[in-house]
Design a protein around this ligand. Sequence first.
Ligand SMILES: N[C@@H](CCC(=O)N[C@@H](CS)C(=O)NCC(=O)O)C(=O)O
Length: 422
Amino acid sequence: MESCVPPEPLSWEALQALAAPEPDLVEGPTSARASLRLFGQPESAVRVTLYRDHHAWCPYCQKVWLWLEERRIPYRIRKVTMFCYGEKEAWFKRLVPSGMLPALELDGRLITESDRILEALEQAFGTLGPSLKEPRVMQLRQLERLLFRAWCQWLCVPGLSEEQERRGEQSFDQYAGLMAEAITSGPGPFLLGDLSSADVVFVPYVERMNASLAYEKGYLLRRRHPPIDRWFTALEQRSTYRGTQSDFHTHAHDLPPQMGGCHASGKPEQQRLASRIDHGPWPIVDGDQSDPETSQSEPADAATVALARVLKHRPTLLLRNPQSQAFERPLRCALSTLISGVPCPPPPGSAPGLRYLRDRISVPRDMPLHAARRLRQALEAVASLDPQGPGRQGPAIPRLHRRDQDPLPFLRSQPALAGAGQ
Ligand SMILES: N[C@@H](CCC(=O)N[C@@H](CS)C(=O)NCC(=O)O)C(=O)O
């Protein structure tokens, strides 16, 4: 006979025993939390320091980060706050008065502007496939900028009429079609055969186009352009890319303050997809339709990785939650649900605190895509059992800034790790 007693949440000790072990951030797979990468070389071999943003939201940083990971160049990472989510570090402003990211030190020489950085890295360490300066690569780099412009004109202009929406989509489609053609005309799944700098240049914004156009326009780039889907699929087979890869929810909410606004079409399909991206269930499409966020199936440790990441930051997560210390039991309920798959009812009034956390899991900063999905799903499942107000949401995610994501409290809670992986 089945028991009618609702499951009790596990203790913190029991949860800790179930968490995934800490990965090797120096030699293991690419991780947003690393502060040093050696690729089997001694620390004395490090000639490069990359300055990139704490949350891995900056697209130009992702370009340099992925290049270093692909070329396996030993490097140090120092993280910096972006204006949209907190105060820029004084030490960084002394180094780069504009505060712009990325920046890179190579043999003690400071370089800014991601394109100049990649060119300097090519010169110092050799190319990743054809050089950035080869005419066929230059042509692709120009195409990337044209695609970027078409995306901005569709996404970032407020108040488009129905006709303007249609033209915005058409123009974007035209440039996406040129990228698809460039992929198809080569021998491999990538732009020029094997993965090269040309692909790395496209990665950050095409990833953001894929996410933002689903959220704001109901447009699924990978479905519309199968060669681009194959390109993503090939990228997703690489642990380097997966380590830097974000997801739809993260980009849907990190882009508006960075881009000066992203504007929804308001069409039914857009509203449906935006609601799925925000509230789940994930993946955001049903049945046998291919997942527009990733071609990778869920790894076996997705739940235990998510658990380990929450446990690591438990005190700060409680401090930052609107429910503060009263969030202790709802959080244990959610983590128990995450691990057991059996929904554990929370105390009355927990839904807003649970959904506050659901809405602020950032990929890849906090955890990989599938782990984040698992955790969001568990938080949502438990929130929906709140006996007091199962539909109540947490405080809305701001659109003009993201100071709700100030990294300082998380850094302060771990002084030994400040500047290192979070
Ligand atoms: N052209 C520059 C653009 C760099 C850029 O726009 N960086 C933005 C972030 S994506 C930035 O650092 N803004 C200051 C801030 O947000 O704090 C490059 O390619 O490096």
